[in-house]
Design a protein around this ligand. Sequence first.
Ligand code: FES
Ligand code: FES
Length: 151
Amino acid sequence: MLELEVNGRVHRVDVDPETPLLWVIREHLRLTGTKFGCGIGLCGCCTVHLDGRPERSCQVSAGEAAGRRIVTIEGLAPDHPVKAAWMEEQVPQCGYCQPGQMMQAAGLLAANPNPSEAEIVAAMDGNLCRCGTYPRILRAVRRAAAKGGER
Ligand code: FES
Ligand code: FES
């Protein structure tokens, strides 16, 4: 039995410690905002925060995540500047990649509240979007930063 702190709540889950965190989040905790894309760390769909930093949850085992502070898209405050900026810029198309994009952006702004364009591009580079919403993502991150995006 593992204890995982997710979105401020401690959950006891009966899983093999080698199970990817992504599976536990989606299948055991039913927090389905975090998406499965590639499963091999290459797309960013599954991005969550571990101790405040964005990580690919398909590449972290449940055992490694135990004892760390896990935040999923459901745990990002509804009035977080990133969520507001995503709405205002109408970023999503199909939407599939967007929870990961927002968690990546929120992690960037927590570490660097006023990033340059190049820093935004570098930080968001590993989050793929098949719909090509990249220009709107860039605008939304800039907008969130202008509104104190580190919250
Ligand atoms: S599903 Fe984790 S990086 Fe693609
Ligand atoms: S909005 Fe469709 S994959 Fe990004």
